[in-house]
Design a protein around this ligand. Sequence first.
Ligand code: BDR
Ligand code: CA
Length: 310
Amino acid sequence: MKIPVIIDCDPGTDDTIALIMALASEALDVKAITTVAGNQTAEKTAVNGLKIVSFLDKQLPVARGAEKPIMRPLVTAGHVHGETGMAHVVLPEAKNDYLETKAWDLFYKMSVESNEKIHLITLGPLSNVAIALMKYPHLKDGISQITMMGGAVGYGNDTQAAEYNIYADPEAAKMVFESGIPITMVGLDCTHQAWITQNEIESMGKPSKENGVWLAQELMRHIHEFASRFGFEGAIMHDPSAIAAVIDPTLIQTEDYFVTVETKGEHTLGKTVVDTLRVTGHEPNAQVALDMDRERFVELVKGLIQQYEI
Ligand code: BDR
Ligand code: CA
């Protein structure tokens, strides 16, 4: 049976590759895409979400969410994803509009009200999920699991301590970790092992036209160029790692830990604080991904992306 999922994202270059993968996967039933302010403004991530769905010729609802983090001003990542959020890529105008329904209402309608438990995959700041938790105390009855790209046991990438998605809205992330919903945290410890080399990118094919293969390769080349400035061997696939972990959980290795989020630190704001030595006495609240089987990950990405050449 396919896994019913909603993907909450802030496209975003690697979000786009993640969506390309998810929408090609036989394992997932993508019910909706919801967007949040993050890598770029709420307007830009929503427009990008709509354009991606149209470009890939898929029919599914796209709902907008939070315009900003729940308690802080928005910190975008334009230096990573470009002015539009899509690097140099220009997609045609979208054929459809977004829903009137807001992201948090859609989570509730599609899970609790419809009695179909949803696996929520989050690829951006957790503002939409936090608003849903505040508005709907029973939300957790409808969500089977949250797989999030976010956080790290070790060092950060937006600051020396914090990973971007958690740093951008730390109060929201803390609320999600405290929600009681089963969480898989796919953070930097795992995603920094999920790189794709230039040769692997080119081996994905020579697209006959501007299709999903073309889009994925263009964005991977961009990410590769950016990542090489930091000494990485290839394009780091953060958000695609979370999608891959849902499609094939055997790709990642996890440990169950108690995780909370620093919301006040001077140098550590937004850090996921992971109780690896089990000193707090708290029960684990997350499966924390520590390793990625890189070769099998690349095979999965390649297989999904090549669906768009058929
Ligand atoms: C995360 O931050 C964003 O810039 C990426 O899209 C990804 O979700 C990586 O830290
Ligand atoms: Ca993202």
